[in-house]
Every structure is written in C-alpha cells, then in structure tokens.
Design a protein around this ligand. Structure first.
Ligand code: ZN
Length: 284
C-alpha cells in the first residue's frame, strides 16, 4: 500500500481518487504541513493512506490549487540523452555514462502553473522525475529503489538558444529559467505502481501528440542514475532527478513553444500536468 502526496496551497496532502486529505489534520497535528517534511516520513504516509476511508476528505482535487509536490528540492538534477530515440533525433552520440546537468531548484513550479518563455525557440521535454527519500552516498544499484520516496511527472522546459549560446554548450542556464521545471501533480510512492521501471510517458501540445514512450527505454534506468549520482554527491531527502526525455521534442521538428500553447504531460499511474505558455520579454 503506497501513498500519493500533493501540495495543496503549500500544505502537504494525501490524495485518493478525486479527493485530497490535509496531512496535518489527518495526523492530528503530529505532522508538519510542509510537503518537504512529509517526504521524510514515508512509512507514516503509507499508514495514513491506508486509513483514509475513516476520514472526511478535505476537498476535491479539481477545486484545489496544486503547487509542486516537492516545492524546495535541495538539489535538482537533469539527465540528458537518456533515451536512444532522443539522442538519435538530436544527432548526438549515445552517452557511455549519465550526462548530468543541473536544473536550479528555483525553476521548479506547479503542475498547472504557467511557463514563461523568453525566446521563440523554447522546447518541451516530458520526463519521469525521481524524488529521493533516505539519502546517502555510494548507494548500490541493487538498493537504489530503497532511496526513492516516490516518482512524479516533470517538464524539462529548455530554451535552446541559451543552451547552445556558447561553445562548448552547457545546459544549466537554458534549462533553469524561472518556471522551466513544472512537476506534479503528485509524488506517487513506487509501490503505487505496477512496475515503476516501465511507465507510459506522453507529451501533448494543444492536444496534439508529440512524445509517447515508455520509461523502460531509458539508457540508464532509475537505479543506475541514483547509484551514479550518489558516488559523486551525497543524495538528500527531497533531491529530485529529471531522468531524460524520449524523442519527439520540438527542436527536432521545428515545433517550438509559443504564447498560449498548453503542454500536457502524463505518466500513467502518476497523473497529468497542464502548463500554459506565456511569452514574455526576450532574455537577450
Ligand atoms: Zn531533459
């Protein structure tokens, strides 16, 4: 029995079907309302989730304002070229070790928040996002899932000109503009999912299908990414990892994001985000 954790107006909440239950109320004040604090007590969340039937829901999800379920990750990593299909469409070599960059935590935003574009060549990248639970260093790949508190949906929005403005190119700024990291709608614990290593991931723009793949096609699966990163930087609760995107990105097709576009990102078993793009002043 797992749990689904949401951020409703800045407060941690468990989700069951169409309803949410405020965590502090559920725990009679024994739990902080901060969603970040909730990530440190997955066993308690699972216990509370199994007893939701005896409680009145706090409200309907459709009427709630959802923030990012991990609002303040300490570190936020991205992984480039982690699907063969995307490496091929980008005419890049298949990496032999994970190609890791940073998405600054300040870019993280909610599952229904707007994405602010600062050029005419911004792109979508639908991704599975790993949320680290118990941290650690030198994690064995065989134990790596024990260090994952849950999974969520993410968009690794990317400003391609900023990504390639210098030689050599670097990803960090182009992927870290404010609002470029929508995540949500919930963090689903791995035991909510039939097979957390094989999830359907889709991205639509204005209802048109752009990306459709399975996370089992990752070159470096979740366990390998957690183990790899933990040999370089000690992982901590609430760190997040954007695990890479499959093919179908806009850059490969000349289909960049524009003012008013709605990016819809779905991972079966976790949920759907919908983010509306707003074109603001150029960064350059
Ligand atoms: Zn990406």
């Amino acid at each position: 029995m797992g749990f689904r954790l949401a951020n409703v107006g800045g407060r941690g909440a468990l989700v069951d079907g169409d309803h949410y239950y405020d965590l502090e109320e559920l725990a009679d004040g024994a739990l902080s309302p901060d969603p970040m604090a909730a990530l440190t007590t997955p066993d308690l969340l699972a216990e509370l989730a199994s007893g939701l039937g005896g409680h009145q829901p706090t409200g309907l999800l459709t009427e709630a304002t959802l923030g990012p379920p991990v609002p303040r990750p300490r570190n936020s990593y991205g992984v480039g070229l982690n699907y063969r299909s995307h490496a091929e469409e980008a005419s890049m070599e298949i990496p032999e070790v994970p190609l890791v960059f940073t998405k600054f935590p300040s870019c993280i935003t909610g599952p229904f928040d707007e994405v602010r574009l600062r050029s005419d060549r911004c792109d979508y990248e639908g991704e599975l996002v790993v949320v680290v639970g118990p941290g650690g260093a030198d994690i064995d790949p065989a134990d790596a899932w024990d260090h994952v508190v849950g999974l969520t949906v993410g968009q690794d929005v990317s400003d391609r000109p900023a990504q390639f403005m210098n030689k050599p190119p670097q990803m960090n700024l182009g992927k870290s503009f404010d609002t470029f990291g929508p995540i949500g709608p919930v963090v689903a614990s791995p035991d909510c999912l039939d097979d957390p290593d094989d999830l359907t991931l889709t991205t639509h723009v204005n209802g048109e299908a752009r990306q459709d793949d399975r996370t089992s096609n990752m070159i470096f699966p979740v366990a390998d990414l957690v183990a790899f990163l933990s040999r370089i930087t000690t992982l901590a609760t609430g760190d997040i990892i954007f695990t890479g995107t499959p093919d179908g990105t806009g850059a490969a097709q000349g289909l960049f994001l524009a003012d008013g576009d709605v990016i819809t990102t779905t991972i079966d078993g976790i949920g759907t985000m919908a983010n509306t793009c707003v074109r603001v002043a150029d960064w350059r």
